[in-house]
Design a protein around this ligand. Structure first.
Ligand code: ATP
Length: 281
């Protein structure tokens, strides 16, 4: 843990409620009640008072069953969704002294284009299937300030090389690629502007087991080489076991357990975590 001393993200009290909400939403939902639906106003409490830190160069896993609030949390952090409440600090932006959720849309766009990368579960969310693989990467590079065509092409080639996509496919459309290859193009695109932080949402769901293993290996080697901080969401404890240094376990919108992945695997404290782990043993 000594390597993980610098905090790159700090999240405090993040809550996202779908519906009109009421003062009892947060207290009336969660794993103790086995629901994320408020019994009083029937709103959905997707994320409930979530607080954690992401450290420099670590992979932090977020695991939980479908509906536990993982994707909503990631969407809030990638600034695609505005939370109902909470604070979000990035040490790469104004030395971590400004609550990112309170910024205007222009500043949020700057942060998305320069500091954050995202790899989605479904490649069509991260890629335009009808522009070339190189064109997809170029789009992101242009958004982050690249203007020289030759530099863009050079950077795109470097990224394809890093993500093990044959260079001769640079002008092909991602719609003609296999699922595993589409995920690798997404990873190349997400890395193109050298973001210090990368979010990954269920990136291996829907891939064959052998392809899953290759994508996970790629993520691991990229992280080791580039030392970027990653937040990886999965419902699959074996994905988290393979990648994450620390793990957050979520259920019904709340954190039930957080700690070193090895510790959580060896000595899970919460019954829900014990259940998740028994599923992979
Ligand atoms: N736009 C929305 N409007 C209403 N409810 C939503 C919306 N998005 C998510 N929810 C609800 O919020 C809760 C958390 O959903 P979320 O997608 O974050 O969970 P998850 O853990 O990522 O699960 P999955 O892996 O199935 O996506 C669920 O009950 C979901 O139905």
């Amino acid at each position: 843990m000594n390597n993980f001393i610098e905090t790159v993200i700090e999240v405090k009290g993040l809550t996202k409620i779908f519906g009109k909400g009421c003062p009892s939403c947060v207290e009336g939902t969660g794993p103790d009640y086995n629901t994320n639906i408020c019994p009083y106003c029937k709103s959905i409490v997707a994320c409930s008072n979530i607080s954690f830190k992401l450290f420099k160069s670590e992979i932090l896993g977020i695991v939980g069953e479908s509906g536990s609030g993982k994707s909503t949390l990631l969407k809030c952090l990638y600034l695609e969704q505005q939370p109902t409440d909470g604070e979000y600090y990035l040490n790469y932006y104004k030395e971590g002294k400004v609550n990112i959720f309170q910024l205007d849309s222009q500043e949020k766009r700057y942060i998305k284009n320069n500091l954050l990368g995202m790899v989605y579960q479904y490649p069509h969310l991260g890629l335009d299937m009808y522009i070339s693989c190189g064109g997809n990467i170029a789009e992101k590079l242009i958004n982050s300030g690249y203007i020289s065509i030759s530099k863009i092409r050079k950077r795109a080639s470097e990224l394809l090389n890093k993500t093990e996509i044959p260079l001769l496919r640079i002008d092909d459309f991602p719609k003609n690629f296999s699922g595993g290859m589409q995920q690798r193009v997404q990873i190349a695109k997400a890395l193109s502007n050298n973001p210090p932080i990368l979010f990954l949402d269920e990136i291996t769901s829907g891939l064959d087991v052998s392809v899953q293993a290759k994508v996970l290996d790629l993520i691991k080697s990229i992280q080791q080489e580039l030392k970027i901080s990653m937040l990886i969401v999965s419902h699959d404890m074996s994905v988290i076991r393979m990648l994450a240094d620390r793990t957050i376990v979520m259920k019904n919108g709340k954190i039930v357990e957080m700690g070193l992945t090895d510790q959580i695997l060896e000595d899970p404290q919460h019954p829900y975590t014990q259940l998740l782990i028994s599923s992979i043993l």
